[in-house]
Design a protein around this ligand. Structure first.
Ligand code: XMP
Length: 513
């Protein structure tokens, strides 16, 4: 997307942290975009970036078909920071040597920086960094000098001062590198001389302009789930083309208490959108009857969603564009070419085959969850909507272990409502990133009054996260947990035991299925 702001170009060599680098740069108030490493020199000149960052990647730079850039790129008078593979590439193209190490270096390493270098300005000399490599720089190219080392990696960072070319073997973009953010900040402000002219409202305004130009007077259809992502995507499009947008909200009956009604109210009353609500609870529940396997549940919900959507879409007739609220973590967790499928997120790659449309629009596909919230705020969406916790497309179906029935859903909804009410009363609703109850499928013995009970176990889940890629379990105070536990057992028939989930992600995931 063309912005009028300063730009840092991130060139993608296939590493897993590519978007994360761009996002860290945006956090530092400089606009950043990821582009394919094969971008032409002409295009780079046209984009006129303040700096370029080469990402890591799985290739070996000396291989015949390794992704490479022309030597000319280093003579554009644009500062470059090469990370991991990107660093080795810079060395290789400029005449240095990259060779295989005896051992793979993976994880935290103790590093010593030359803090007189602008890249490490204001940092501690001795620190920790995150390494992940088998090859290393064995000989620096002419004009380059060393600016950091570890015990096992002599050339952990290097610079060509005349040309403002920097390379780091480690990953400054991951949180495990202490002061990694400071390194990126130094690159932007000390080396590229950025002024930090970018805020999220610029993204929103530019995106509205881009969408307006792209859509023109054509028709757009949006699958609205009521979650933050699809809401923000819909409001963006609505800002751009108003009533040319029709939203379809498929109520699958797997939502939280009153949620369906709230979604409809918000869209119609607050945003005056064209909205079609489809009440499809029965269809979904009958297709899910007797199904316990998590991936099968997800697939069924995804398929049924597409069917309902298709039927409604047909009533509208052909549209030109289909909007999806896909965000970046959905794309990686559903498996890209290089990463494994953890869970099939049903909002990725499902709808396109069945709806008569010309093009799909995913305005948020490069953003992380917290960035999407900021776009929402920039668009003037009320905090109470923007700050809603993430809610999975398959809804409560993946919070009921085992098969799904209306009774179980109602029970879960009641427990979830109490949990949310108490967390809000305790003033923790803005602090905890996501929290919900899970019907564990375990029954256990209890005693109520003088009676033996044999009832359901509810698990409370609460996690803190920035982008859902990793999460830590939230330390909710005992007395609040105690109150929640008492209320649920007393008020919800069929529950006699509450447990608290104390696993982080990884190794667990946030949802239980
Ligand atoms: P997991 O359980 O994979 O969840 O750690 C990460 C985040 O994604 C949400 N989630 C989904 N969101 N469609 C969605 O739109 C899905 O199929 C889906 N599955 C999980 C989950 O609630 C958490 O915030």
């Amino acid at each position: 997307m063309k912005q009028n702001n300063e730009l840092i170009l991130v060139l993608d060599f296939g590493g897993q942290y590519n978007q994360l680098i761009a996002r860290r740069v945006r956090d530092l108030k400089v606009y950043s975009e990821v582009h394919h490493f094969g971008i032409s020199i002409e295009k780079i000149k046209e984009l006129n970036p303040k700096g370029i960052i080469f990402t890591g990647g799985p290739s070996v730079v000396t291989d015949k078909d390794a992704p490479i850039v022309p030597k000319e790129m280093f003579d554009l008078n644009i500062p470059i920071l090469g990370i991991c593979y990107g660093c080795q590439l810079m060395v290789h193209v400029n005449g240095g040597e990259v060779t295989a190490s005896n051992k793979r270096e993976y994880g935290k390493s103790t590093i010593k920086y030359d803090v007189t270098s602008p890249l490490f300005k204001g940092m501690k000399e001795n620190s920790s960094c995150w390494m992940s490599h088998t090859y290393h720089v064995s000989k620096l190219p002419n004009g380059f000098e060393n600016i950091a080392y570890t015990d096992t990696c002599k050339n952990s960072a290097m610079v060509n001062r005349d040309k403002n070319l920097y390379g780091v073997q480690f990953h400054p973009e991951v949180v495990h590198t202490d002061e990694g953010n400071k390194i990126l900040e130094n690159f932007l402000y000390e080396i590229c001389k950025c002024s930090g002219d970018w805020v999220m409202s610029d993204f929103a305004n530019e995106m509205v302009k881009t969408l307006k130009a792209k859509i023109g007077d054509k028709k757009v259809l949006c699958a609205l789930s009521g979650g933050v992502d699809s809401t923000v995507a819909a409001v963006l499009i609505h800002k751009a083309v108003g009533k040319q947008l029709t939203c379809i909200f498929v109520d699958h009956g797997l939502m939280r208490l009153n949620e369906g009604d709230e979604v409809v109210k918000m869209c119609r009353d607050e945003f005056d959108m064209n909205l079609i609500r489809v009440d499809a609870e029965e269809r979904f529940l009958s297709r899910l009857a007797g199904v316990s396997d998590p991936e099968t549940k997800r697939k069924i919900i995804g398929e049924e969603f597409i069917r309902v959507f298709e039927e409604e879409g047909k009533k509208i007739g052909s549209v030109d564009f289909l909007v999806q609220g896909t965000i970046y973590p959905d794309i990686i967790e559903s498996g890209t070419k290089t990463s494994a499928v953890i869970k099939s997120h049903h909002n990725v790659g499902g709808l396109p085959d069945v709806i008569d449309f010309k093009e799909i629009i995913e305005p948020l596909r490069d953003l992380f969850k917290d960035e999407v919230r900021n776009v929402g705020r920039a668009l003037g969406i009320a905090d109470k909507l923007v700050d809603r916790q993430p809610f999975p497309g398959p809804g409560l179906a993946i919070r009921i272990i085992g098969d799904i029935t209306k009774e179980k859903l109602d029970l879960l909804r009641e427990t979830d409502h109490i949990y949310r009410e108490e967390i809000a009363l305790a003033g923790l609703d803005k602090e905890i990133w996501q929290y919900f109850t899970v019907l564990t499928g375990i029954k256990s013995v209890g005693v109520m009054g003088d009676e033996r009970t044999y009832n359901n176990t509810i698990a409370l889940r609460a996690v803190n996260s920035v982008d859902a890629m990793s999460a830590d379990w939230a330390r909710v105070p005992y007395d609040i947990l105690d109150k929640i536990s008492r209320r649920i057992v007393n008020e919800v028939k069929g529950v006699n035991r509450i447990v608290y989930d104390i696993t982080s992600k990884p190794p667990a995931t946030i949802e239980w299925e």
